[in-house]
Design a protein around this ligand. Structure first.
Ligand code: HEC
Ligand code: HEC
Length: 249
């Protein structure tokens, strides 16, 4: 199994090199020579994209590309800020890839993790994205971590029932009709970051991102404390809490 392990290491270093190099060059105005200028003003080194695309053609895109950051089981990697994606619905993954590619997500200069994922999304073909999305959706779901014992679940339940449930459903599984995401499989640090990203308009603020706009609107009403309480509550929801009785009619 020696060659395989070597290959995995190679992928990880490639991914990290891409991520760091990318984040580092994202503040520069002039495109690097050989870098591709994409809408949203982000430069992606061309040879890195070709390298990644070539890797993912030889084997399944998930094993070849995604696993290096999101883990072989899709449970994510806190250090790389790569979220748990196992069991996300394929429609949602494809929609987010389209947003990354169009620069509606991951194009903000203060969103380094988003920029990294955007570079990956730009390196793949539509067929590879389709295949990776199907593979991710079939990985067994990893539930959001349980909240700490001191969490104010009562307040969280009230907030979720009245501010979130309408679109993300009572079970936090999301709803394709509303284009709303599944929440109960996302890790805490990622949930917190995304809610703050929407609040700060680092995600979802593009004029033609009608679904992202909804989250910008919802989170504009949330304080940091509300966000913390909601992150806690989504953990409880993932493990069976029922928010429905807290809904005000
Ligand atoms: C270089 C590391 C890296 C690689 C490789 C990578 N990702 Fe990511 N991915 C990230 C990071 C970091 C984020 C978090 C972006 C953010 O904070 O907005 C992310 C976010 C995502 C999201 C958004 C999750 C959500 O709930 O909205 C999806 C979906 C995703 N990745 C799928 C994939 C797939 C599929 C692949 C393989 C084709 C892949 N990623 C490869 C680092 C990576
Ligand atoms: C009006 C409908 C609506 C409401 C209300 C709503 N959401 Fe959303 N939410 C969405 C949609 C649509 C998306 C997908 C946005 C995108 O495509 O970027 C989303 C995305 C998210 C994400 C990002 C998920 C991911 O995988 O990256 C989080 C986290 C989230 N919502 C949490 C909440 C919370 C917490 C509340 C309540 C305070 C809430 N939402 C209320 C529609 C809604």
């Amino acid at each position: 199994m020696k060659p395989l392990r070597f290959q995995t290491l190679l992928q990880v270093s490639l991914a990290i090199a891409l991520g760091l190099g990318f984040a580092a060059c994202s503040n520069e105005k002039e495109p690097e020579s050989g870098a591709e200028q994409v809408p949203g003003g982000v430069n992606v080194p061309r040879e890195k994209l070709d390298e990644l695309a070539a890797l993912s053609e030889t084997k399944g895109a998930y094993a070849q590309v995604c696993a290096a950051c999101h883990g072989p089981d899709g449970a994510g990697n806190e250090e790389l800020k790569a979220p748990s994606i196992a069991g996300l619905p394929a429609w949602y993954i494809k929609e987010q890839f389209a947003k990354f590619r169009e620069g509606k997500r991951g194009a903000h200069q203060d969103d380094a993790p988003g920029q990294q994922m955007r570079a990956i999304a730009l390196s793949l073909t539509e067929a590879q994205i389709e295949e990776a999305a199907e593979a991710v959706s079939k990985l067994p779901i990893v539930l959001t971590e349980l909240p700490p014992e001191e969490a104010d679940l009562e307040r969280g339940r009230y907030l979720f029932a009245n501010e979130c449930m309408e679109c993300h459903r009572y079970n936090g599984k999301g709803e394709v009709v509303f284009h709303s995401a599944q929440l109960i499989s996302l890790n805490r640090s990622y949930l917190r970051r995304q809610l703050k990203n929407f609040h700060a308009e680092k995600r979802g603020a593009a004029e033609d991102d009608i679904y992202g706009n909804k989250m910008v609107d919802v989170t504009s009403r949330l304080s940091d404390e509300d966000i913390e309480i909601l992150v806690d509550y989504i953990g409880a929801l993932a493990h069976g809490d029922d928010p429905r009785p807290a809904r005000e009619l």
